[in-house]
Ligand binder design. Structure first.
Ligand code: NAP
Length: 338
């Protein structure tokens, strides 16, 4: 079978190899992977800037979707032919995360899924939404579940509230779709006028170009009668967190999902209203399989279709990673293994 392998840090070291097809052990399911999507995390794992202890050759990518091809002994939940998605935090099956469930991330503590076949423990799979094809299903495990867990489980999003999202990447566009399905108003920030138009066409109520308006939190306040939004989902870290805090109203929620511009946070308790405005800052790290199942129900009921930027064939894997690194994409980058 074919698999992508990284032989040393750097996109130029990604290559398609022929390796042995795995067989499912007791409690495992063999999945024929049909599509994989890339996340910002995949780029920093491959370029070596995030985690130095990968052992090579390394099979990358966490987000995959496919069909159950075979089952090992003692499998009760899956049968051959089931359409499945991979659960990123494999041991987080339900409820709040704890020390035990906060372990075993795909393509970090296990091999990745950019391969024709992978073996996954039965609890590490989730039934795919019926209204989506495999390229769409592959976009869900990290980005969509992060947005869902942030807005629905942590921020307790309600109809009529206002949500601030940042940029046109995977997490933010899922947050846009989920917030609109929940009946919220969405204010989005982005870097270019073309992307601003795209955000509007995807349902954003208001869009602020942060290249034109670097103090964009002031625009957010003007758009909300000086009050601020109920929920801000911060994906850039250093450049944005202070402005996210200044964009929320009293009792507002700031979810910190990402660190695209840096991981150091320039915060001051007084300047950024943290105590006086009773702001809740919530760390985020994807979600449980139970939440993934609830997300998939919402996707079916609301007929949500993920925004796909581009689909690459497996042998153009390097180009797929480069496109994500360049940041020109809108939505998810997918690699097809059909
Ligand atoms: N904690 C979690 O559970 C979790 C899960 C998934 C992802 N993440 C993290 O969340 C972040 C976003 O992930 P993603 O996969 O959605 O990324 P992505 O698809 O690569 O999207 C990134 C987008 O962010 C915007 N952006 C870039 N630099 C920015 C800046 N300085 N200020 C404001 N916006 C900026 C750009 O959109 P525009 O050009 O439109 O502005 C860019 O396209 C990453 O840091 C990732 O590691 C965390």
């Amino acid at each position: 079978m074919k698999a992508v392998q990284l032989t040393g840090f750097g996109v130029e070291n990604l290559q398609v190899s022929n390796i042995d097809k795995p067989s499912p052990k007791r409690g495992e399911v063999l999945v024929r992977i049909k599509a994989v999507s890339l996340n910002y995390l995949d780029t920093i794992l491959v370029n070596g800037s995030f985690y130095k202890d990968l052992s090579f050759p390394y099979t990358p990518a966490s987000d995959g979707a496919g069909i159950v091809e075979a089952i090992g002994e003692d499998i009760t939940r899956w049968k051959v032919g089931d359409r499945v998605a991979i659960q990123y935090v494999q041991n987080w099956t339900k409820g709040n995360i704890d020390r035990i469930s906060n372990q075993v991330r795909v393509a970090w503590q296990t091999p990745g899924v950019l391969a024709d076949y992978v073996c996954i423990p039965e609890h590490g799979l989730v039934r795919a939404p019926q209204n989506l094809g495999f390229e769409e299903i592959a976009t869900l495990p990290i980005a969509a579940l992060t947005a869902w867990h942030a807005l629905v489980n942590q921020a307790n999003l309600r109809i009529g509230q206002t949500v601030l999202i940042q940029g046109t990447g995977g997490v933010s566009l899922f947050a846009l779709q989920i917030a609109k399905a929940a009946g919220a108003m969405v204010i989005a920030t982005t870097s270019t006028s073309e992307k601003a138009e795209r955000l509007k066409s995807l349902g954003a109520d208001e869009v602020i170009n942060y290249t034109e308006y670097p103090a964009w939190h002031e625009n957010v306040l003007s758009l909300t009668n000086g009050e601020g939004v109920d929920i801000a989902l911060d994906i850039a870290g250093s450049d944005t967190i202070a402005k996210s805090l200044l964009s929320v109203k009293e009792n507002g929620f700031v979810g910190t999902a990402g660190f695209i511009s840096g991981a150091d946070l320039p915060l001051n308790i007084h300047d950024h209203k943290i105590n006086m405005s009773f702001i809740r800052i919530q760390g985020l790290a994807v979600g449980s399989a139970e939440s993934f199942t609830a997300l998939n129900r919402a996707i079916e009921i609301n007929n949500i279709h993920p925004v796909i930027d581009k689909v690459f064939p497996m042998d153009e894997v390097q180009q797929a990673y480069i496109r994500l690194e360049q940041g020109k994409h809108v939505g998810k980058i997918v690699i097809s293994l059909e």
